[in-house]
Design a protein around this ligand. Structure first.
Ligand code: ADP
Length: 190
C-alpha cells in the first residue's frame, strides 16, 4: 500500500494537492476536516459535537477523531492506499494511526509536509473564507487560534515521523503544479 500523511498548517494547500495525488496514484482521500464538515451539513450527532470545537478553532477531541478515522479506513478494505489529510494532528493520533495500520498489516509510507510561513497562511485563509463561506476561515481570531494549535499540538507529529525516517518537507509556496511535481518526485524516490 502507498499510505501518505499530507501534513502542514491550516491553509498550506493540503486539500488542493490531495485531489491531484489521489487522481494520479488511485488512493483513497481521508480528510478529517471534510468528514467533519459533511457531518455538520448532515446534522449528525458527530457534526454537532465537532462544530462546537471547529467554530472556536480548537481540535475535536482525540477519541472522537480517532474513532471516526478508524471507521473510514475500515470502510475501504480494498484500497490501494490512503492519503491522510489533516490527520494525525496530535501525538496520540499518530500513535493510533500506526496501530490501526498495523492491524491491517500496513504502515505509513511517508509524511509529506507542505511548508508555508504564517503571514501567507493568514492571507490564504481569509481569501478562502470569502470564496468558500467556511466560517472558521472568516474570523481572524479563529484563524490565529488554529495556527497556534498547529504550532503547539501538531508540530510534535513531525518529530514522530522524523524519528521513523519518514518525514519529507516540501516548499508549499509557488505554482500549484510545481508543488505537485515536487510531491510526486518525493513519492517516487521512496
Ligand atoms: P485546516 O487545515 O484548513 O484548518 P481542516 O479542514 O483540516 O482545515 O480542519 C478544520 C477543523 O476541523 C480544524 O480546525 C479542527 O477543529 C477540526 N479537525 C480536523 N482534523 C482534525 C483532527 N485530526 N483532530 C482534531 N480536530 C480536527
Amino acid at each position: 500500500m502507498l499510505n501518505i500523511v499530507l501534513f502542514g498548517p491550516p491553509g498550506a494547500g493540503k486539500g488542493t494537492q490531495s485531489e491531484k495525488l489521489i487522481n494520479k496514484y488511485g488512493l483513497v482521500h481521508l480528510s478529517t476536516g471534510d468528514i467533519f464538515r459533511a457531518n455538520i451539513k448532515g446534522g449528525t450527532e458527530l457534526g454537532t459535537l465537532a462544530k462546537s470545537y471547529i467554530d472556536k478553532g480548537q481540535l475535536v477531541p482525540d477519541e472522537v477523531t480517532i474513532g471516526m478515522l478508524a471507521s473510514e479506513v475500515n470502510k475501504n478494505p480494498n484500497a490501494k492506499g490512503f492519503i491522510f489529510d489533516g490527520f494525525p494532528r496530535t501525538h496520540a493520533q499518530a500513535e493510533a494511526l500506526d496501530a490501526l495500520l498495523s492491524s491491517i498489516n500496513s504502515t505509513i509510507t511517508m509524511m509529506l509536509a507542505l511548508e508555508v510561513e504564517e503571514d501567507e497562511l493568514r492571507k490564504r485563509l481569509l481569501l478562502r473564507g470569502k470564496d468558500s463561506g467556511r466560517a472558521d476561515d472568516q474570523n481572524p481570531e479563529v484563524i490565529q487560534n488554529r495556527i497556534n494549535v498547529y504550532n503547539n499540538e501538531t508540530t510534535p507529529v513531525k518529530h514522530f515521523y522524523t524519528k521513523q525516517s519518514k518525514y519529507k518537507g516540501i516548499n508549499g509556496i509557488g505554482e500549484i503544479d510545481t508543488i505537485f511535481t515536487n510531491l510526486c518526485e518525493a513519492i517516487e524516490k521512496k
